[in-house]
Write a new protein. Structure first.
Length: 153
């Protein structure tokens, strides 16, 4: 309810007038600007979010039929990394220094740029990543990881 304040005396010492001032004080917060700001922030975040999405394409292999025996493909390149970081390309031993040059020589003449990495489970993850990084630098397209089959599955 608005407050009614008495009027001030007139200058010159005259008598008080009967007019009264009415002042309304608002004790409410104006939420319209707040809602406007929130809607603008919502729109900004909705526009930015799809741009920031990063994804990693993962191809999950399907298990072969149980009664089909397949021979290993001789054109498949498998880089094996042993427990003490010894490296072999299709059972041909090599070292980490010459791995990039050998892979570049192999993949420069091939249309199929796929490679598989088989590493010991006891090997630190960083060593496997280093091999994958060298392979990507040598021109390998897709890198697959060969895992051991888990017993009981």
């Amino acid at each position: 309810m608005p407050k009614v304040l008495p009027s001030a005396p007139t200058p010159g010492g005259g008598r008080l007038t009967r007019a009264r001032r009415v002042s309304a004080t608002l004790a409410e917060i104006n939420v319209i600007p707040l809602v406007d700001v929130m809607l603008v922030l919502l729109i900004i975040f909705m526009v930015i979010t799809p741009v920031r999405q990063l994804d990693l394409d993962v191809k999950v292999p399907q298990p072969p039929p149980p009664d089909v025996k397949s021979e290993p493909d001789p054109t498949v390149i498998v880089v094996s990394v042993g427990e003490s970081a010894q490296i072999a390309i299709n059972q041909d031993p090599t070292d980490i220094g010459s791995l990039g040059a050998k892979l570049q020589d192999i993949y420069s003449k091939r249309a199929n740029k796929n490679m598989f990495v088989s590493a010991s489970p006891k090997l630190p993850y960083g060593d496997v990543v280093k091999v994958i990084d060298i392979a990507k630098g040598a021109g390998v397209g897709d890198v697959g990881l060969i895992t051991e089959e888990i017993a009981g599955r």
